[in-house]
Design a protein around this ligand. Structure first.
Ligand code: FAQ
Length: 310
């Protein structure tokens, strides 16, 4: 790669300028962005599934409406992110194929089952919280289309977070059984939640190059620590416990001490062998199959009469 162009590219990033699709960029920057944005898009679309199964069973009409809107938003986020990734030269069809075939990754956490309504509340509150911590930071990154998509996504996620918090407070101030349901959800979801921010910095593969080029604005451990800082006190305040005896803020370092989550389990889950991976991809495959006629109809020459999309 031309060293002069690379130097100019890096100088632009250092000045805080946004890189746009038609601008020159190193091949590795393009490749890393496609990987990360595509994984993010897949996470949103697969992330709609565990909560989606709770739409018909959400307690009460208002919660049902709110959950339905949230799940729709998540699928919309996937569309925004696929569009951002497409600007880098990979087609949406190829991305979806790579998801269904298991070639591409998506967030570990959506491979766990949402057994109870409390699990769905855990996702709406704490998984969304984790996603926001990550996305607010990355929205200040260097690639224009990704940052603009993240700005819009964050605005909607803040609503999801409020909905989730509201549902959790209701359980926390309810009967003993309701409190127990949420406690059990925390016990089930804590390890996947710790995994959610990615492997510890010392074993993370991509952090260095992504941070150098301001794609990733915070390391995995820093993002995890920020999440713990913001949400552990809120969980404790509601009288719940967290299943990690080592978890406490270290007064000397100002950071959280915790038991290192099992990274072998993480690797298994992200490589296809978690509790729900097969089911999640099968649902996606069937949706793709069922939607085929719509895509074909849009591509047909006759579609020009009925839709400006054709
Ligand atoms: N899950 O070198 P690093 C949401 C993989 S959106 C699965 O540290 P990096 C909204 C990684 O790809 C949630 N795989 O990776 C919602 C790499 O594998 P590869 C998604 C993971 O990229 C809420 C390998 O491990 N958010 O939740 C995970 O520097 C509620 C080595 O890792 C985003 O995608 C993981 N958790 O840092 C929806 C945000 N972590 O590709 C519905 C954008 C790591 O070499 C309901 N992405 N891996 O085979 C990022 O910020 C980064 O990509 C990280 C990972 C921080 C996720």
């Amino acid at each position: 790669e031309d060293p002069a162009r690379l130097a100019e590219f890096e100088a632009r990033i250092d000045r805080g300028e946004k890189i746009e699709p038609a601008d020159w960029m190193p091949q590795l920057y393009r490749k890393q962005l496609i990987r990360m944005i595509e994984q993010h898009a897949h996470s949103e679309i697969i992330g709609a599934l565990p909560e989606g199964t709770w739409i018909t069973r959400a307690p009460g009409f208002k919660r049902k409406l709110a959950l339905m809107a949230k799940v729709q938003d998540e699928v919309g986020h996937a569309q925004l992110l696929y569009s951002a990734a497409e600007t880098l030269g990979k087609s949406r069809e190829q991305m979806i194929q790579d998801l269904i075939s298991g070639k591409s990754k998506y967030s570990n956490i959506f491979n766990y089952p949402a057994f109870t309504w409390a699990d769905s509340c855990f996702i709406s509150w704490l998984v969304d919280a984790g996603a926001i911590v990550n996305q607010l930071a990355n929205a200040k990154g260097s690639y224009g289309p990704y940052c603009r998509a993240l700005d819009r996504i964050c605005a909607e996620e803040s609503f999801h977070l409020k909905f989730g918090h509201h549902c959790v407070i209701y359980l926390a101030t309810g009967t003993e059984k309701q409190r127990q349901m949420f406690q059990e959800a925390i016990n089930r979801w804590w390890t996947p939640m710790m995994h959610f921010f990615g492997p510890a910095d010392k074993i993370s593969t991509h952090t260095e190059v992504l941070m150098k080029w301001k794609v990733k604005m915070s390391s995995n451990d820093d993002t995890r620590n920020q999440f713990l800082d913001m949400y552990v006190p809120k969980i404790w305040e509601l009288g719940f416990t967290i299943p990690d005896p080592k978890l406490k803020k270290n007064a000397e370092t100002g950071r959280w001490d915790y038991t290192e989550p099992d990274w072998e389990e993480f690797k298994r889950v992200i490589n296809g062998d978690g509790p729900c991976n097969k089911e999640r991809l099968e649902v996606r495959r069937i949706a793709e199959e069922r939607g085929r006629w719509v895509r074909e109809a849009l591509r047909s020459p006759k579609a020009a009469y009925v839709t400006p999309l054709a």
